[in-house]
Design a protein. Structure first.
Length: 280
Protein backbone atom coordinates (compact mmCIF):
# COMPACT_ATOMS: atom_id res chain seq x y z
CA UNK A 1 0.00 0.00 0.00
CA UNK A 2 1.33 3.41 -0.95
CA UNK A 3 1.69 5.77 1.96
CA UNK A 4 0.90 9.41 1.32
CA UNK A 5 2.23 12.50 3.03
CA UNK A 6 -0.11 15.08 4.48
CA UNK A 7 1.44 17.47 1.99
CA UNK A 8 -0.12 15.42 -0.82
CA UNK A 9 -3.59 16.49 0.33
CA UNK A 10 -5.34 18.67 -2.23
CA UNK A 11 -8.32 20.83 -1.58
CA UNK A 12 -11.34 20.08 -3.80
CA UNK A 13 -10.87 21.12 -7.43
CA UNK A 14 -12.35 20.18 -10.79
CA UNK A 15 -9.60 17.57 -11.15
CA UNK A 16 -9.97 16.45 -7.53
CA UNK A 17 -13.71 16.66 -6.81
CA UNK A 18 -14.96 16.89 -3.24
CA UNK A 19 -17.33 14.08 -2.31
CA UNK A 20 -18.51 16.15 0.65
CA UNK A 21 -16.97 13.76 3.18
CA UNK A 22 -14.22 15.06 5.45
CA UNK A 23 -13.72 11.82 7.41
CA UNK A 24 -14.98 8.23 7.40
CA UNK A 25 -14.44 4.86 9.00
CA UNK A 26 -14.57 1.49 7.21
CA UNK A 27 -15.26 -1.62 9.32
CA UNK A 28 -13.54 0.07 12.27
CA UNK A 29 -12.93 -2.34 15.13
CA UNK A 30 -11.17 -1.79 18.45
CA UNK A 31 -10.64 -4.57 20.96
CA UNK A 32 -9.08 -4.09 24.40
CA UNK A 33 -7.74 -6.77 26.71
CA UNK A 34 -6.53 -10.33 26.24
CA UNK A 35 -8.35 -13.30 24.76
CA UNK A 36 -9.80 -14.31 28.10
CA UNK A 37 -10.95 -10.81 28.91
CA UNK A 38 -11.62 -9.05 25.61
CA UNK A 39 -13.74 -5.93 25.40
CA UNK A 40 -15.12 -4.97 21.98
CA UNK A 41 -15.07 -1.17 22.18
CA UNK A 42 -15.93 -0.71 18.48
CA UNK A 43 -17.63 -3.41 16.43
CA UNK A 44 -17.07 -2.92 12.67
CA UNK A 45 -18.26 0.68 12.64
CA UNK A 46 -18.94 2.31 9.27
CA UNK A 47 -19.69 6.02 9.38
CA UNK A 48 -19.09 9.16 7.33
CA UNK A 49 -18.75 12.74 8.55
CA UNK A 50 -19.82 15.43 6.11
CA UNK A 51 -17.84 18.56 5.45
CA UNK A 52 -19.38 21.63 7.05
CA UNK A 53 -21.40 19.64 9.59
CA UNK A 54 -21.37 19.48 13.37
CA UNK A 55 -21.86 15.96 14.70
CA UNK A 56 -22.43 15.00 18.32
CA UNK A 57 -21.62 11.48 19.50
CA UNK A 58 -23.57 10.30 22.52
CA UNK A 59 -24.00 7.09 24.46
CA UNK A 60 -23.68 5.61 27.94
CA UNK A 61 -20.29 5.04 29.55
CA UNK A 62 -18.47 2.22 27.78
CA UNK A 63 -20.47 2.60 24.57
CA UNK A 64 -17.36 3.34 22.47
CA UNK A 65 -17.96 7.02 21.74
CA UNK A 66 -14.58 8.25 23.03
CA UNK A 67 -12.78 5.32 21.40
CA UNK A 68 -14.37 6.20 18.07
CA UNK A 69 -13.21 9.81 18.32
CA UNK A 70 -9.70 8.82 19.42
CA UNK A 71 -9.31 6.42 16.50
CA UNK A 72 -10.64 9.05 14.08
CA UNK A 73 -8.10 11.56 15.35
CA UNK A 74 -5.17 9.15 15.25
CA UNK A 75 -4.84 9.15 19.04
CA UNK A 76 -5.58 5.42 19.24
CA UNK A 77 -4.82 2.58 16.83
CA UNK A 78 -7.70 0.43 15.52
CA UNK A 79 -7.52 -3.34 15.88
CA UNK A 80 -8.77 -3.57 12.28
CA UNK A 81 -10.53 -1.45 9.68
CA UNK A 82 -9.68 1.97 8.29
CA UNK A 83 -9.92 5.63 9.24
CA UNK A 84 -9.84 8.15 6.38
CA UNK A 85 -9.45 11.92 6.96
CA UNK A 86 -9.28 14.28 3.97
CA UNK A 87 -8.58 11.32 1.69
CA UNK A 88 -5.68 10.04 3.80
CA UNK A 89 -5.68 6.70 5.62
CA UNK A 90 -4.95 7.77 9.18
CA UNK A 91 -4.87 4.19 10.43
CA UNK A 92 -1.78 3.41 8.28
CA UNK A 93 0.25 6.54 9.09
CA UNK A 94 3.53 6.62 10.96
CA UNK A 95 4.09 9.09 13.80
CA UNK A 96 5.58 11.83 11.62
CA UNK A 97 2.66 11.65 9.19
CA UNK A 98 0.20 11.74 12.10
CA UNK A 99 1.95 14.79 13.51
CA UNK A 100 1.71 16.57 10.15
CA UNK A 101 -1.95 15.61 9.82
CA UNK A 102 -2.85 16.93 13.29
CA UNK A 103 -0.89 20.11 12.68
CA UNK A 104 -2.53 20.95 9.37
CA UNK A 105 -5.93 19.27 9.26
CA UNK A 106 -7.15 18.42 12.76
CA UNK A 107 -8.06 20.53 15.79
CA UNK A 108 -8.61 19.20 19.30
CA UNK A 109 -10.61 20.26 22.32
CA UNK A 110 -9.90 18.00 25.30
CA UNK A 111 -11.88 17.75 28.49
CA UNK A 112 -8.59 18.05 30.39
CA UNK A 113 -7.66 21.25 28.48
CA UNK A 114 -4.05 20.15 27.59
CA UNK A 115 -2.69 23.68 27.82
CA UNK A 116 1.01 24.51 28.11
CA UNK A 117 1.37 25.71 31.73
CA UNK A 118 4.26 28.11 31.07
CA UNK A 119 2.48 29.98 28.25
CA UNK A 120 -0.12 32.71 28.52
CA UNK A 121 -3.66 32.23 27.25
CA UNK A 122 -2.83 34.14 24.06
CA UNK A 123 0.34 32.12 23.50
CA UNK A 124 -1.58 28.86 23.98
CA UNK A 125 -4.22 29.93 21.47
CA UNK A 126 -1.63 30.87 18.84
CA UNK A 127 0.78 27.98 19.49
CA UNK A 128 -0.50 25.63 16.73
CA UNK A 129 -0.19 28.38 14.12
CA UNK A 130 3.31 29.29 15.27
CA UNK A 131 4.45 25.65 15.20
CA UNK A 132 3.08 25.31 11.67
CA UNK A 133 4.65 28.67 10.74
CA UNK A 134 1.31 29.96 9.49
CA UNK A 135 0.34 33.65 9.46
CA UNK A 136 -1.85 34.94 12.27
CA UNK A 137 -5.13 36.57 11.32
CA UNK A 138 -5.53 39.16 14.09
CA UNK A 139 -9.11 40.00 13.11
CA UNK A 140 -10.10 36.35 13.43
CA UNK A 141 -8.13 36.08 16.68
CA UNK A 142 -9.98 39.06 18.16
CA UNK A 143 -13.33 37.58 17.14
CA UNK A 144 -12.53 34.20 18.67
CA UNK A 145 -11.29 35.74 21.90
CA UNK A 146 -14.36 37.95 22.22
CA UNK A 147 -16.82 35.12 21.70
CA UNK A 148 -15.22 32.87 24.30
CA UNK A 149 -14.87 35.80 26.72
CA UNK A 150 -11.11 35.90 27.16
CA UNK A 151 -10.35 39.53 26.35
CA UNK A 152 -9.19 40.29 29.91
CA UNK A 153 -7.39 36.99 30.45
CA UNK A 154 -4.97 36.83 27.52
CA UNK A 155 -1.85 37.45 29.64
CA UNK A 156 -2.84 34.90 32.29
CA UNK A 157 -1.21 31.48 32.52
CA UNK A 158 -3.39 28.37 32.95
CA UNK A 159 -2.71 28.25 36.71
CA UNK A 160 -4.24 31.73 36.97
CA UNK A 161 -7.43 30.70 35.16
CA UNK A 162 -10.48 28.82 36.37
CA UNK A 163 -11.34 25.45 34.84
CA UNK A 164 -14.00 27.06 32.68
CA UNK A 165 -11.58 29.71 31.45
CA UNK A 166 -8.98 27.08 30.60
CA UNK A 167 -11.58 25.21 28.52
CA UNK A 168 -12.35 28.44 26.67
CA UNK A 169 -8.66 28.77 25.83
CA UNK A 170 -8.70 25.19 24.51
CA UNK A 171 -11.76 25.95 22.35
CA UNK A 172 -10.19 29.12 20.99
CA UNK A 173 -6.93 27.28 20.21
CA UNK A 174 -8.74 24.65 18.16
CA UNK A 175 -10.89 27.13 16.26
CA UNK A 176 -8.08 29.61 15.60
CA UNK A 177 -6.24 27.34 13.15
CA UNK A 178 -9.41 26.71 11.10
CA UNK A 179 -8.68 23.01 10.64
CA UNK A 180 -10.69 20.73 8.37
CA UNK A 181 -12.15 18.88 11.35
CA UNK A 182 -12.21 19.53 15.09
CA UNK A 183 -12.53 16.60 17.51
CA UNK A 184 -14.00 17.78 20.80
CA UNK A 185 -14.24 15.75 24.01
CA UNK A 186 -16.93 17.32 26.23
CA UNK A 187 -15.99 20.85 25.07
CA UNK A 188 -18.43 22.58 27.43
CA UNK A 189 -18.01 20.23 30.37
CA UNK A 190 -16.52 22.95 32.59
CA UNK A 191 -18.54 25.94 31.37
CA UNK A 192 -21.65 27.48 32.87
CA UNK A 193 -24.89 27.49 30.88
CA UNK A 194 -24.41 30.92 29.34
CA UNK A 195 -20.80 30.31 28.34
CA UNK A 196 -21.75 26.91 26.97
CA UNK A 197 -24.39 28.42 24.71
CA UNK A 198 -21.96 31.06 23.46
CA UNK A 199 -19.18 28.58 22.70
CA UNK A 200 -21.52 26.02 21.11
CA UNK A 201 -23.14 28.74 19.01
CA UNK A 202 -19.75 29.92 17.84
CA UNK A 203 -18.60 26.38 17.04
CA UNK A 204 -21.78 25.81 15.05
CA UNK A 205 -21.48 29.12 13.19
CA UNK A 206 -17.80 28.54 12.38
CA UNK A 207 -18.75 25.21 10.83
CA UNK A 208 -21.34 26.87 8.62
CA UNK A 209 -19.33 29.98 7.81
CA UNK A 210 -15.95 28.35 7.13
CA UNK A 211 -16.87 24.83 6.03
CA UNK A 212 -15.25 23.20 9.04
CA UNK A 213 -16.49 19.96 10.53
CA UNK A 214 -16.79 19.24 14.23
CA UNK A 215 -17.10 15.82 15.85
CA UNK A 216 -18.07 16.25 19.49
CA UNK A 217 -18.41 13.64 22.24
CA UNK A 218 -20.86 14.78 24.91
CA UNK A 219 -23.14 13.55 27.69
CA UNK A 220 -25.15 16.76 27.53
CA UNK A 221 -28.36 16.78 25.45
CA UNK A 222 -28.23 20.56 25.55
CA UNK A 223 -24.84 20.57 23.81
CA UNK A 224 -25.93 17.85 21.37
CA UNK A 225 -29.00 19.88 20.36
CA UNK A 226 -26.66 22.43 18.76
CA UNK A 227 -25.40 19.78 16.34
CA UNK A 228 -26.64 19.11 12.81
CA UNK A 229 -26.47 15.39 13.52
CA UNK A 230 -26.40 13.17 16.58
CA UNK A 231 -24.96 9.65 16.54
CA UNK A 232 -25.88 7.32 19.39
CA UNK A 233 -23.52 4.46 20.28
CA UNK A 234 -24.19 1.38 22.39
CA UNK A 235 -21.87 -1.60 22.85
CA UNK A 236 -19.54 -0.43 20.09
CA UNK A 237 -22.28 0.01 17.49
CA UNK A 238 -24.10 3.03 16.09
CA UNK A 239 -27.73 2.53 17.08
CA UNK A 240 -29.18 5.91 16.07
CA UNK A 241 -28.31 8.47 13.40
CA UNK A 242 -30.44 11.56 14.04
CA UNK A 243 -30.58 14.59 11.74
CA UNK A 244 -31.25 17.97 13.41
CA UNK A 245 -32.83 16.44 16.52
CA UNK A 246 -34.46 18.66 19.10
CA UNK A 247 -33.45 18.65 22.73
CA UNK A 248 -36.59 16.72 23.69
CA UNK A 249 -36.01 14.13 20.96
CA UNK A 250 -32.51 13.52 22.32
CA UNK A 251 -33.83 13.22 25.87
CA UNK A 252 -36.38 10.63 24.75
CA UNK A 253 -33.60 8.41 23.37
CA UNK A 254 -31.83 8.41 26.74
CA UNK A 255 -34.85 8.31 29.03
CA UNK A 256 -33.80 6.58 32.24
CA UNK A 257 -30.08 6.62 31.39
CA UNK A 258 -28.14 7.98 34.38
CA UNK A 259 -25.04 8.61 32.24
CA UNK A 260 -26.79 11.35 30.29
CA UNK A 261 -27.12 14.80 31.82
CA UNK A 262 -30.73 15.99 32.15
CA UNK A 263 -30.99 19.76 32.18
CA UNK A 264 -34.08 21.95 32.37
CA UNK A 265 -35.47 22.88 28.97
CA UNK A 266 -35.25 26.57 29.83
CA UNK A 267 -31.47 26.26 30.23
CA UNK A 268 -30.80 24.76 26.80
CA UNK A 269 -32.43 27.30 24.51
CA UNK A 270 -29.91 28.19 21.83
CA UNK A 271 -29.36 31.80 20.71
CA UNK A 272 -30.55 31.01 17.19
CA UNK A 273 -33.47 28.68 17.86
CA UNK A 274 -35.60 30.23 15.15
CA UNK A 275 -32.82 29.89 12.61
CA UNK A 276 -32.20 26.28 13.60
CA UNK A 277 -35.84 25.46 13.16
CA UNK A 278 -35.87 26.93 9.67
CA UNK A 279 -32.77 24.99 8.67
CA UNK A 280 -33.99 21.75 10.16
Amino acid sequence: MTRHSIHDVQHPTAENPDDGIVARTIDLTKVYGSKDNEVMALDHVNVEFKRGEMTAIMGPSGSGKSTLMHCMAGLDTPSSGKVIVEGLEVSSMNQKQLTDLRREQIGFIFQSFNLVPTLSAEENILLPLQIAKRPIDREWFNQVVKVVGLEKRLTHRPSQLSGGQQQRVACARAIMARPSVIFADEPTGNLDSRSSREVLGFLRDSVRDYGQSIVMVTHDPRAASFADRVLVLADGNITRDMQHPTYNEILEVFAGDDDIDDVPAADMVAPSTATEGAQA
